[in-house]
Design a protein around this ligand. Structure first.
Ligand code: PXL
Length: 277
């Protein structure tokens, strides 16, 4: 089977309402010119920020889905994981990741665990421990600041010094996590920053303040980042591009009166791409 485009296995949930996970990952990466093959981890009526979503855990399907893909010989250029509802499913995904890692495919883990200092509904310390294990097989991880604290087993502080950021990266490296780490929404010396680290070196990038916090922003960020990495751009340029795009999308969503639960008007990314090309 001739591969016409670079192909991404997108391991994430499908939430009908609330614009996150696959409803973001598929359109964004498709617009960037990739073939996106979803491996659906859970099917929800809405993301877990809404009260009592109907939630159908698809953990029991993962092994059958990935082994059929293997039988077909479907060859991926990247494996990109996000929300995984159970430790049981994380183990199956880990096996899929290991096979692709041995084939030298790009493995990117967005360790979806929580935000604002707290874990998302349904997650606990066992989830964190297992997510740490997945991160060991990743080339790139993209935690937000909350997730980075949980992964590093460090307390969530309202404000960090530059030395605290160094400690955070050192702790993640000590656990043996990905060579490339991009942490978003890090509060450093009264600024919101993005931390980009490669092989232990780190840069703290001050971000423009934009009003509004939206569910799924991390999914938009990591999707664009992956798209850029697969174009062959380095981690810093990819992170900066993704950050610029996300800033525009947040501004436009805020101007339209968006809310956290409804998520981002990521459709504005398509305009961003056209304007910047
Ligand atoms: O984007 C984060 C996310 C993804 N998937 C589900 C979620 C959330 C955040 O709340 O609930 C199901």
């Amino acid at each position: 089977m001739k591969k016409l485009l670079k192909r991404i296995a997108a391991v994430n949930d499908l939430s009908t309402f609330g614009k996150c996970s696959l409803t973001v990952v598929i359109p964004v990466l498709s617009a960037m010119g990739y073939e996106v093959c979803p491996i659906v981890t859970s099917y929800l009526s809405a993301h877990t920020g809404f009260e009592n979503p109907a939630n159908f855990d698809l953990s029991h399907t993962t092994k059958d889905i990935t082994s059929h893909l293997e039988k077909l010989g479907v060859d991926f250029d990247a494996v990109f994981t996000g929300y995984i509802p159970t430790v049981f499913q994380m183990e199956d995904i880990k096996q899929f990741m290991i096979k692709n890692k041995l084939l030298k495919k790009l493995i990117m883990v967005d360790p979806v665990l929580g935000d604002d200092g707290k874990l998302y509904t349904f997650f606990d310390n066992t989830t964190v421990k297992k997510m740490r294990e997945l991160c060991l097989y990743a080339d790139v991880i993209t935690p937000n600041y909350t997730e980075a604290c949980f992964l590093a087993n460090l307390p969530y502080k309202e404000m960090l010094t530059k030395e605290n950021v160094r400690t955070l990266i050192d702790k993640l490296n000590a656990f043996g996590m990905a060579n490339k780490i991009v942490i978003t929404s890090v509060p450093v010396e009264d600024k919101t920053c993005m931390v980009v680290s490669e092989f232990g070196e780190l840069e703290i990038i001050e971000c423009e303040y934009v009003e509004g916090i939206y569910c799924g922003a991390g999914d938009v960020f990591s999707s664009i980042l992956l798209g850029k990495l697969l174009e062959g751009q380095n981690i810093m340029d990819s992170a900066l591009y993704s950050h610029r795009a996300l800033t525009e999308i947040i501004k436009e969503t805020h101007a339209l009166g968006g809310t956290w639960e409804q998520g981002l008007v990521y459709e504005k990314f398509f305009k961003f791409m056209i304007d910047k090309s």
